[in-house]
Design a protein around this ligand. Structure first.
Ligand SMILES: Cc1cc2nc3c(=O)[nH]c(=O)nc-3n(C[C@H](O)[C@H](O)[C@H](O)COP(=O)(O)OP(=O)(O)OC[C@H]3O[C@@H](n4cnc5c(N)ncnc54)[C@H](O)[C@@H]3O)c2cc1C
Length: 813
């Protein structure tokens, strides 16, 4: 096919992701689509994939996407006439140690929460299902009966045929070589066959996606890594329906293929491919066999399946696959260009994801809005930091090495640190901070008392920092704590129309006059929560916006994109200019009063106010707000002055018993107070009305804002779900999120957050209680609740208000 001169959508890349995206755009949106493939379809990573298809992930939306893939692969041949090779063999995952077994129990609970069938079975049952396996070291296994395997090239070809049947045009041998860009949009693509004008570009270029993005100034942080498996001769006694097998403690996976086994793994010392550009003519190619590197998997596989000792190896596949710094793929609208989308970096589960990723990417590109909560894979979770290829490579290799390791709660990455430090870093280090990292920032998680090493020791139960965080928590509740939150993302919106612009984007009334601070959500057209932040009005034409560290790129892009054209309102990211110190606790007013001449009494400086005050010679933006449920101020300090202000506050606070405190204490404090966390308790899937934040939506104001119509409709009907707090009767369970909520013994939802409240002395969680016929407070109150925690049912209580308010402390009894 020759290159058309124009298309509504141009998809770049004819691997499984590009084919699936083109198929869904054509089928679901009747769109005019052209797919460009520089070589031949499937010739990148897709053709050599092993073809295991698993579905369960820790995000409900991603699990839903993967389930969609399976549904599609089952029935695609009926539509296109080309089989996908789908075989529902089920999947066994093996556990050989207690931590792994606990992980599986938690996963089994997650599966139940997400409506997936998963069983935990004994070694004897495993042996019966897979007689060739040595089960002597097993504690047990998890069994997911609906997982399976498929033929990667066949799926991609079937999707390509389906795309053509629905009118998409596929041009092979056509390389995208550059972009024409005007006013922040791609207008045309220069290709090896000429120029094609387009309205939207979707970069599904696999390991080339980074360099395709770079041609348009879009950062796609992925790293090609050499990934190997072998295909054996026939293995006597192996059933053609043998379940796919994952043996994470030995870092290996297996699947049956024409009577033999395919096996490979995720080594702790992966080999990256190139830090330069991937050659365009890398078509149906592999690397040289690397037996030395593969030997670790060979030994592990032989120990698990002894019959392999007498089985020949037919072939080794050593192929490139793109991996990312956090092990999740990269999807969605690039922040750099309005009409540029990406679907790449599939971390060796692109075959499993292909169907679903193409579906949601097509929806996203067609409607300009993600169709569900896709935050964990959203391209806007990255930042400028990820333009650093060496850093991205190093972090990606660490993530690859962790692919099969036990996932402990609160685990942190170690590579590429410290990267971005706050102006207080050295001071906090001297105070024995144990740091974590978020979007490259080093942030204190907790402070070790004298004689204790500031280091996390991970475990499935309570971890080594538990008691120390408890001390910080208590200090904040009873005296005062000082938190370094300099990594907060901060933006300024200025201009004659700034108030009009922000009022249309924010769901709450934020233009209430200079000196006022407002907590608000920003909603999508479905009324779901896209951003959750505070807006301080500094002057008629000047707003200061503060949001979470990790949401910097996302929230900035959301606000900028939704400023109506023609308005005089300029958004600037000022994160690097301001350090943030949060002074929280009942003694905070006395401490603040000791370091400033400003009146910080309640009348002069009430809750929800912002004032400029002087501390230690610096002009500080003081925001009277709290995320921990105590009297307090967020002090935004010019970076150069942050150290001096910190010292002054610590000195003035000494006689009040002030302590430096970290993010784990914040988490515990906010859980007790019932403050919602974006990305967990509140997401684009949830309306403020579902989340108990309806009071922050200006429906009655008559002002128009994004999401107004949907919010009105949601508020007018009985809610399908409502967020509630839970505590367990037992004090010793560990809540990590995704635990199933049972109401009167029946499934009612799952936890979106979990942790421990030191004041209430109980594990605390939040989750939506759901019911098709609708829920209300009376319904919530009337049930008997239990939580399923790591496959164990524990009695629980529901809480509809903040937990640490004295009236609620009955929970102790
Ligand atoms: C050894 C190995 C085993 C694997 N096993 C599994 C498994 O068991 N299960 C699983 O789910 N996943 C597995 N994977 C991962 C899977 O193969 C990938 O995630 C998936 O194929 C990625 O598909 P893609 O469409 O993103 O990329 P690709 O298949 O690489 O497609 C990208 C396409 O873009 C084209 N392109 C690039 N640049 C341009 C340009 N400028 N213009 C036009 N076209 C361009 C390329 O030629 C290529 O065809 C495995 C990977 C490897 C390496």
């Amino acid at each position: 096919m020759t290159l058309p001169s124009h298309a509504q959508y141009v998809v770049i890349g004819g691997g499984i992701i590009g084919c699936s995206t083109a198929y869904h755009l054509a089928r679901d949106h009747k769109a005019n689509v052209v797919l460009l493939e520089q070589n031949r379809l499937t010739s990148g990573s897709t053709w050599h994939a092993a073809g295991l298809v698993g579905q369960l992930r820790s995000s409900a939306s991603i699990t839903q996407m993967l389930k969609y893939s399976v549904d599609l692969y089952k029935r695609l041949d009926a539509e296109t006439g080309l089989a996908t090779g789908w075989k529902m063999t089920g999947c066994l995952r093996l556990a050989t140690n207690d931590d792994r077994w606990t992980e599986f129990k938690r996963l089994a609970t997650t599966a139940q929460s997400f409506g997936m069938e998963m069983h935990l079975i004994s070694p004897e049952e495993v042996r019966k299902m897979w007689p060739l396996m040595d089960v002597s070291d097993l504690i047990g296994a998890s069994w997911l009966p609906t997982d399976g395997q498929a033929s990667p090239s066949d799926i991609a070809q079937s999707l390509a045929r389906g795309a053509r049947m629905h009118g998409a045009r596929i041009v092979e041998g056509c390389r995208a070589e550059g972009f024409e860009i005007k006013d922040g949009r791609v207008t045309a693509i220069r290709t090896s066959q000429g120029v094609i004008a387009c309205e939207t570009v979707i970069n599904c270029g696999g390991q080339w996606a980074r360099q395709i993005g770079a041609m348009a100034g879009v950062c796609v942080p992925l790293q090609p890594v050499r990934h190997q498996y072998v295909i054996t001769e026939k293995v006597g006694g192996l059933s053609p329906d043998a379940a796919t097998l994952r043996d994470p403690d030995r870092r290996t996976y297996f699947k049956e293929e024409v009577g033999g086994l395919v096996f490979g793994g995720y080594e702790p010392n992966p080999v990256p491919w190139t830090n330069g550009d991937v050659p365009g003519d890398f078509e149906f190619q592999l690397f040289e066999d690397d037996w030395d590197h593969f030997e670790q998997h060979m030994g592990a596989a032989l120990a698990r399946v002894p019959a392999l000792a007498g089985t020949g190896i037919k072939k080794m596949i050593n192929g490139p696959e793109s991996f990312t710094p956090d092990g999740n793929f990269i999807l969605g609208q690039a922040q750099e260009l309005k009409n540029f989308y990406v679907g790449a970096g599939f971390n060796a589960f692109g075959i499993a994801s292909g169907g679903g990723a193409g579906w949601v990417l097509a929806e996203w590109a067609a409607k300009g809005e993600a169709p569900m909560d896709l935050w964990v894979v959203d391209i806007r979770r990255f930042s400028d930091l990820h333009k650093d290829r060496a850093w991205t490579c190093e972090r990606t290799l660490e993530a690859y090495g962790k692919h099969y390791t036990v996932v402990f709660p609160h685990e942190e990455y170690q590579s590429g640190r410290p990267r971005i430090v706050s102006p207080l870093y050295e001071r906090l280090k001297k105070l024995n901070a144990c740091f974590g990292s978020k979007l490259g920032w080093e942030r204190p998680n907790w402070f070790a008392p004298p004689g204790v090493e500031p280091r996390d020791v991970y475990s499935m139960g309570r971890q080594n920092w538990f008691a120390h965080v408890g001390e910080e928590h208590r200090a904040v509740r009873e005296r005062a704590g000082l938190f370094d939150q300099s990594s907060f993302a901060k933006f300024e919106l200025k201009g004659r129309s700034a108030a009009e612009a922000i009022s249309f984007i924010a769901a709450n009334r934020v233009a209430r006059g200079p000196g006022k601070l407002t907590y608000t959500q920003m909603l999508n057209s479905r009324g779901g929560i896209e951003c959750d932040l505070t807006v301080a009005q500094l002057a008629e034409d000047h707003f200061y916006i503060v949001t979470g560290t990790g949401f910097r790129t996302h929230d900035y892009a959301w606000i900028r994109e939704h400023i109506k054209p023609g308005l005089d309102a300029t958004l600037t990211d000022v994160t690097g200019q301001w350090g943030t110190l949060s002074l929280m606790g009942p003694a905070s007013r006395a401490i603040l009063a000791a370091v400033t001449d400003a009146d910080v009494g309640n009348a002069a400086f009430p809750f929800g106010a912002v004032r400029e005050i002087a501390i230690a010679g610096a002009q500080v933006r003081a925001l009277r707000v709290t995320y921990v449920g105590e009297l307090g101020w967020e002090l935004h300090v010019p970076v150069a002055a942050a150290g001096g202000v910190f010292d002054a506050l610590m000195a003035a606070g000494r006689r009040h018993g002030i302590v430096p405190a970290g993010y784990r204490a914040i988490e515990s404090l906010r859980l007790e107070k019932g403050y919602r966390a974006w990305g967990a308790d509140i997401t684009p899937n949830d309306s403020p009305f579902h989340a108990g934040l309806g009071w922050a939506v200006k429906l009655k104001s008559g002002e128009d804002f994004i999401g107004r119509a949907a919010s009105g409709a949601i508020a007018a009907k009985r809610l399908a779900k409502m967020l509630a707090g839970f505590t367990t009767e037992r004090e010793d369970v560990v809540l990590a999120g995704r635990e199933t909520i049972l109401r009167d013994g029946q499934f009612a939802g799952y936890l979106t957050s979990g942790g421990y409240g030191y004041t209430v002395g109980r594990p605390v969680g939040y989750g939506y209680v759901r019911r098709a016929e609708g829920v209300d407070q009376a319904y919530l109150r009337s049930g008997r609740y239990e939580l399923v925690v790591a496959n164990q049912v524990v009695a629980a209580r529901i809480h509809l208000g903040a937990l640490h308010d004295p009236a609620n402390l009955r929970v102790r009894g």
